[in-house]
Design a binder for this molecule. Structure first.
Ligand code: NAD
Ligand code: UDP
Ligand code: UDP
Length: 317
């Protein structure tokens, strides 16, 4: 049955892939975005679709539309962007969640929250299961994002208990792929753009910190499975690829895959930068029958091809 689905943050990296997937599945999609980090360019392939609609709107303000499902993705995700206006970042997570939950309450829509592995902070348990309560500095420069997302989770579970809302909370680990913004500042896009331009690759700290990288198509499959799961599956549920790499290993892979002449240079490690991160995805495997399929080399290949095309076409960004 086709559904009317709202995607907030739909012009962003993950949101645009999700809109595309939902349209391909035959649904009516309303994309809402204030274009803070998203871009209309991500939506160009979808604009002529008869079941697609776009609205410029900031989720910190109320929104009255009629929908069956809501995917709440609106929030800058890269440290340089979420630290640019930290007060607005917290407002987006918290007021945005309140407004979207209010909308879900009025329409009785099912609602999905894109939470994050950042709720675990700099973890002292490895890999991180959903039961781990985290190690977040509440007053540091990353707190606007981490604590904003933690408070949004609290709101989701209180609306679930108090107003019987049907909720789905995904804790997303580092995800990469085509349509990441070239200036987004995240490690995969930075390294690929630097390598393609034969510019120095910027390693923050000693490069021994780890991350586990999930290809976007795998993640979107996890989103849809979670939304379609029985209502007893509220989450929080980790979605990510357990393949863990040091940042230096990532840099070396990117240099190899791009045949780049780039050299590695060191820059200071940002404050509160987590030293290690790997998802424990046993829960997602069990209840969603989901696990990522795309290996890092394969996913990087597709992402490099995207950035290569973008840079060689001279597309302004
Ligand atoms: P992104 O920056 O590409 O997308 C975020 C989108 O939200 C952008 O289109 C932006 O313009 C929009 N937005 C920001 N503030 C808004 C507001 N107040 N009102 C309306 N729209 C607003 O980032 P992304 O990687 O696509 O992330 C999407 C979601 O997934 C975010 O909630 C992020 O926290 C979460 N997430 C992403 C990752 C990842 O690795 N990509 C990891 C964990 C969590
Ligand atoms: N809201 C919205 N769209 C709706 C319904 C509510 O944006 O269709 C917003 C509205 O701004 C409200 C918030 O959601 O402040 C929370 O709604 P809720 O009904 O939970 O709280 P209340 O309106 O009682 O404060
Ligand atoms: N990083 C890096 N060089 C860069 C960008 C990031 O070494 O040009 C490091 C960063 O310090 C962190 C890791 O790569 O340890 C992942 O950073 P990203 O901003 O992509 O994601 P997050 O820290 O939110 O997981």
């Amino acid at each position: 049955m086709p559904k009317r689905i709202l995607v907030t943050g739909g012009a962003g990296f993950l949101g645009s892939h999700l809109c595309e997937r939902l349209l391909n599945d035959g649904h009516d999609v309303l994309c809402v975005d204030n274009y803070f980090t998203g871009t209309k360019r991500n939506l160009v392939p979808l604009l002529d679709h008869p079941h697609f609609e776009v609205m410029r709107h900031d989720v910190t303000f109320s929104l009255y539309v009629e929908v069956d499902e809501i995917y709440n993705l609106a929030c800058p995700a890269s440290p340089i962007h979420y630290q640019h206006d930290p007060v607005q970042t917290t407002k987006t997570s918290v007021h945005g969640a309140i407004n979207m939950l209010g909308l879900a309450k009025r329409t009785r829509a099912k609602i999905f929250q894109s939470s994050t592995s950042e709720v675990y902070g700099d973890p002292d348990i490895h890999p991180q299961p959903e039961s781990y309560r985290g190690n977040v500095n509440p007053i540091g420069p990353r707190a606007c994002y981490d604590e904003g997302k933690r408070c949004a989770e609290t709101l989701f579970f209180d609306y679930h208990r108090q107003h019987k809302l049907r909720i789905r909370v995904a804790r997303i680990f580092n995800t990469y792929g085509p349509r990441m913004h070239p200036n987004d500042g995240r490690v995969v896009s930075n390294f690929i753009v630097q390598a393609l331009k034969n510019q120095p690759i910027t390693i923050y700290g000693d490069g021994k910190q780890t991350r586990s990288f999930c290809y976007v198509d795998d993640l979107i499959e996890g989103f849809v499975r979670l939304m379609d799961a029985p209502d007893s599956v509220t989450g929080p549920i980790n979605l990510g690829n357990p393949g863990e790499f040091t940042i230096r290993e990532l840099a070396e892979k990117v240099i190899k895959l791009t045949n780049s002449k780039s050299k590695l240079i060191k820059k200071p490690l940002p404050v509160d930068d987590p030293l290690q991160r790997q998802p424990d995805i046993r829960l997602a495997k069990k209840v969603l029958k989901w696990q990522p399929k795309v290996k890092l080399d394969e996913g990087l290949g597709k992402t490099i091809a995207y950035f290569d095309h973008l840079l060689s076409a001279g597309v302004p960004y």
